[in-house]
Design a protein around this ligand. Structure first.
Ligand code: GUN
Ligand code: ZN
Length: 445
């Protein structure tokens, strides 16, 4: 390996495939190296394996960063998060539809100010990195400039971000509404400007069925059909009152999913957030069309929406990922999100294994977003998006990790008790983009 490479040495953990739902991961689906090495040439990984094998192949001038007390893992991916909702996290006392009217829409209206939009987009991307998240599928506001600001901020940080301007032409305050035609025009202009620029991708973003007329959904479908490589994101079947409302707004449609299916919005490029209140008929239609679900556990518990049935979705073969849904969600940390997914599964009598949770937050989410060629694991040829985790980042984690008998236990401790304090450093495309301020131990970026 040429001298220009950088090597990161330390314990290393990633998934190579879906480990399944059983306590023991599928053979060959995970790789744990107690003394591993990741060799990075520019933005990409050129080697990943036991340090003992790779050390002799390094050029003597290669910079080696040694992280003996850390854990190298792939950068986390968040498959559903709202850039403009940071300030309404932890808003008290209401469920989805009231929460939207009381807190969300007023906060989103502030994004008609371009300075505010840019400041929030910068804060948002910095916070993603501080939580170890290097890729995300992001909702913005109705204002085109909120999406442009998000793309700007992500590009400056080298992140693989897909985002879109929210489309809504009814059932929201006047100053947040667009029209079927203007939402098409604005989305198209953003798509042409940003989609495929470096690591950025556009995502066509109708908010959800209640805030779009049938005319707007038709324009959404037209835009998606004209750009088949562009993602589509929306919300679906999150709360019971939302589902009732959709029934009254679209009486001619069989059910909520049929609203999207009828308008040609289902397919492998579509990510539906939530899908809490659904049945096997819904799951079959997701599988037949290749449509994906983003499971958002901290949001579903915080807003009192319901308990997602992860086991049923996996059993039916639905492609699904894990997401924070901030500001409905209560943390940007994918570790905290894994913990909440475990608790939601527990309430359904089905413990979620740390392997499946870790897979969902990394390689599983990469597959949901069709970016597994470049992200989600530390495999040779992928972009060097990785996180240096501190497995003993708090007194309780330190105590627990001293007693852990296996990597399974260590991972479960991290998932249940870890948060952004466990992120010692975040690398994006080989560059250090975040360094935890307080601790002096370990090498510099
Ligand atoms: N449904 C429609 N809009 C939203 C939103 O902003 N957050 C959540 N959690 N659900 C929604
Ligand atoms: Zn959402």
């Amino acid at each position: 390996f040429p001298a220009r490479c950088t090597a990161h040495r330390g314990p290393l953990l990633h998934c190579l495939a879906d480990p399944g739902m059983a306590a023991e991961p599928e053979p060959g689906s995970t790789q744990w190296l107690e003394d591993g090495m990741l060799i990075v040439d520019g933005a990409r990984i050129v080697a990943c394996g036991p340090a003992a094998n790779l050390l002799p192949r390094l050029h003597p001038d290669t910079r080696v960063l040694h992280w003996p007390e850390r854990l190298l893992v792939p950068g986390f991916i968040d498959t559903h998060v709202h850039m403009p909702q940071l300030e309404i996290m932890a808003s008290y006392g209401s469920q989805l539809l009231d929460w939207l009217n009381t807190y969300t829409f007023p906060a989103e209206a502030r994004f008609d100010d371009p300075d505010w939009a840019l400041a929030q987009a910068n804060l948002f991307t910095d916070l993603l990195l501080a939580h170890g998240t290097t890729s995300a599928l992001v909702f913005c506001t109705t204002h085109a400039q909120s999406a442009a600001a998000t793309f700007h901020a992500a590009e400056q940080r080298g992140m693989a971000v897909a985002a879109g301007k929210c489309m809504m032409d009814r059932n929201a305050p006047e100053d947040l509404l667009d029209t079927a035609q203007s939402s098409y025009d604005d989305s198209l202009a953003l798509l042409q400007r940003w989609h495929g620029r470096g690591r950025l991708r556009y995502a066509i973003t109708p908010r959800f069925a209640p805030t779009s007329t049938a005319a707007q959904l038709t324009k959404v479908a037209q835009l998606a059909a004209e750009h088949p490589d562009v993602l589509v994101q929306t919300h679906w079947a999150e709360s019971r009152s939302e589902i009732e409302w959709v029934r009254s707004l679209f009486p001619e449609r069989a059910d909520y999913l049929d609203v999207y299916q009828h308008h040609g919005l289902l397919g492998p490029g579509t990510v539906l957030a939530h899908g809490v209140h659904i049945d096997d008929h819904d799951r079959d239609r997701l599988v037949e069309t290749g449509t994906r679900i983003a499971h958002c556990p901290t949001s579903n518990t915080f807003l009192g929406s319901g308990l997602f049935d992860l086991q049923a979705a996996k059993r039916c073969g639905v492609t699904l990922g894990l997401a924070t849904d901030v500001g409905g969600g209560t943390s940007l940390s994918m570790l905290a999100t894994m913990a909440e997914a475990y608790k939601v599964s527990q309430l359904r009598g089905q413990p979620l294994t740390p392997w499946q949770a870790f897979y969902l937050a990394t390689l599983g989410n990469a597959e949901v977003l069709h970016q597994q060629q470049d992200t989600g694991s530390l495999t040779v040829g992928k972009m060097a998006d990785f996180v240096v985790l501190d497995p003993a980042s708090s007194p309780i984690l330190r105590l627990k990790q001293q007693r852990a008998q296996s990597i399974d236990e260590q991972l479960f401790n991290l998932m249940m008790l870890g948060d952004d304090r466990a992120v010692a450093a975040t690398y994006v495309a080989g560059q250090c983009r975040y360094r935890r301020p307080d601790t002096g131990s370990g090498p510099g970026p």
